[in-house]
Design a protein around this ligand. Structure first.
Ligand SMILES: [Zn+2]
Length: 192
């Protein structure tokens, strides 16, 4: 699947909005991503999963592991395409951990899958949690990398599409300078 096809699927389903947005970080951006809106269609999720899996066919990966909640749908599809087991990590008191009886055996060749990599933080935390249990994490993958390729997760990162749309402080925001109203996605709250 080509990068522009991925972006087109996101736009079609409203998972990628273009405009002037207030992100949860407090920063402004001309792009807003809500991956759940494309992943609500299992066929799209499966196609992204197969496309990610193509990069890892030769690596005998199992398990695939994802951080909850955002990574679960796509991670599950990647695991299905690879014939691998699938597990997820979740935060408990802020710390990423394996729960629900999930475990990894020492040396298990593990791929970490996210929906979107922004800073790489949750991917890094997931890798650390798995390594602490002995897993051999060989790579990470996401549908979209919105860090312009800058996120470092400590292992090779494969993304189906890369965005280089900066999130900026309102004082540096061109849309604000043009006097355009900022929108907080998912709410009706509109401010300046
Ligand atoms: Zn702005």
């Amino acid at each position: 699947m080509q990068s522009d096809q991925v972006i087109e699927k996101f736009k079609e389903t409203g998972a990628l909005l273009e405009g002037h947005f207030l992100l949860s970080s407090g920063l402004h951006s001309s792009v807003y991503l809500q991956c759940a809106l494309v992943l609500q269609y299992p066929e799209e999720a499966a196609a992204f999963g197969r496309s990610i899996a193509e990069h890892f066919r030769e690596q005998n990966i199992s398990p695939v592991a994802s951080p909850a909640i955002g990574g679960i749908v796509i991670g599950h599809e990647v695991a299905r395409a690879l014939g691998a087991r699938f597990i997820w990590t979740e935060r408990q008191d802020g710390e990423m951990t394996l729960r629900r009886g999930f475990s990894v055996s020492p040396g298990e060749v593990t791929l970490v899958v996210e929906d979107v990599v922004t800073t790489g933080g949750s991917t890094r935390d997931t890798i650390a949690a798995l390594r602490a249990k002995g897993a051999q994490v060989v790579a990470a993958a996401s549908i979209i990398d919105r860090s312009a390729g800058k996120a470092a997760v400590g292992v090779p990162l494969v993304s189906l599409a890369t965005l280089s749309v900066p999130a900026v402080d309102s004082s540096n925001c061109d849309a604000c300078k043009r006097g355009e109203q900022v929108v907080k996605p998912g709410s009706r709250t509109v401010g300046k």
